[in-house]
Write a protein that binds this ligand. Structure first.
Ligand code: T3D
Length: 263
């Protein structure tokens, strides 16, 4: 039997999904897409898991689309790349952005093309100091996909987003942190431990509130101030009726650590 393209490990309430095509820098084939989406669906349905970490095996995080894959490699007739995006990348992005628990990217090496934007789609991005981010699309005559046109200007502003996307230069992890593209850059040897510690910390927090925070911030980007205030009231109304809110307040008053269970 062939080796899985996504390695799944679990520690407590944290599940780690590691892309496993290291010889091709974990670049995406249809089969890798299928296995990653299935793994994310399984995590989403598993009430025991409260945070997921996405990382890569070998020296890369992910080099984006496998450009040697006959499904996309230019041949005698043009390939329908739009169909590939609609069928594979779109559903993957939407799955990650709608996970019922926080998603941490542990970027262990180069993240290029769709691989870069896959990482940037996660809630918190930690990167090894030797890792880098490359908006490789224009180098092969494409636009940023995997959410890049939406994510980049929101993360770093239009000027930096266009600089990264038009030039396609390699952005070292430390610069990515400085620009606000990612959460933190850490020493290579510490990456996986730091990612697990962060994920365990998130797993002990109220998952519903974390996910509602992500969703409210994304939605507020399309709203005016008054609409955002109204959204905050609506979300707070829902969360205020949750067991986690009761637990958080009781734990605070009782001077004890809270135990959050909602998901
Ligand atoms: O096409 C569609 O369906 C639309 C969707 C598009 C989404 C996208 O992601 S478009 C962007 C695709 N990705 C790229 O353009 C990145 C291509 N890769 C690179 O630029 C470089 O490999 C890296 C900067 C990522 C790393 O450079 P380096 O020097 O560290 O490694 P390398 O020697 O270039 O690569 C190592 C091996 O991985 C090599 O194979 P080999 O010679 O050892 O057998 C190389 O061919 C392979 N590899 C790297 N990236 C890809 C890849 N093979 C297939 N597809 C790749 N994307």
């Amino acid at each position: 039997m062939s080796e899985p393209l996504v390695l799944v490990t679990q520690s407590g309430a944290v599940q780690t999904l590691a892309l496993n095509r290291p010889a091709a820098l974990n670049s995406f084939t249809a089969e890798l897409h299928a296995q990653l989406l299935a793994a994310l669906e399984a995590v989403a349905a598993n009430a025991e898991v409260r945070c997921v970490v996405l990382t890569g095996m070998g020296r890369a995080f992910c080099a984006g689309q496998d450009l040697a894959d006959p499904a996309v490699a230019p041949g005698a007739a043009p390939k329908d790349l739009g169909g590939v995006i609609e069928k594979l990348y779109g559903p993957l992005c939407l799955r990650i952005r709608s996970m019922p628990i926080p998603v941490v990217a542990a970027v262990n090496g180069v993240a290029a093309g769709a691989g870069a934007n896959l990482a940037l789609s996660c809630d918190l991005v930690l990167a090894a100091r030797s890792a880098s981010f490359i908006q490789a699309f224009t180098k092969i005559g494409l636009v940023p996909d995997t959410g890049g046109t939406w994510l980049l200007p929101r993360l770093v502003g239009r000027a930096q987003a266009l600089g990264l996307a038009l030039l396609g230069d390699k952005l070292p992890a430390a610069d990515a942190e400085r620009l606000g593209l990612i959460w933190r850059c850490v020493d290579d040897a510490a990456l996986q431990d730091e990612a697990q510690a962060l994920a365990q910390r998130l797993a002990a927090m109220p998952a519903k509130a974390l996910v509602a925070t992500r969703n409210a911030m994304d939605a507020a980007a399309q709203m005016d101030y008054g609409q955002a205030l109204a959204q905050e009231a609506a979300v707070q109304r829902t969360l205020g009726a949750s067991a986690d809110y009761r637990e958080g307040v009781e734990a605070f008053i009782g001077k004890r650590a809270p135990v959050f269970k909602d998901r």
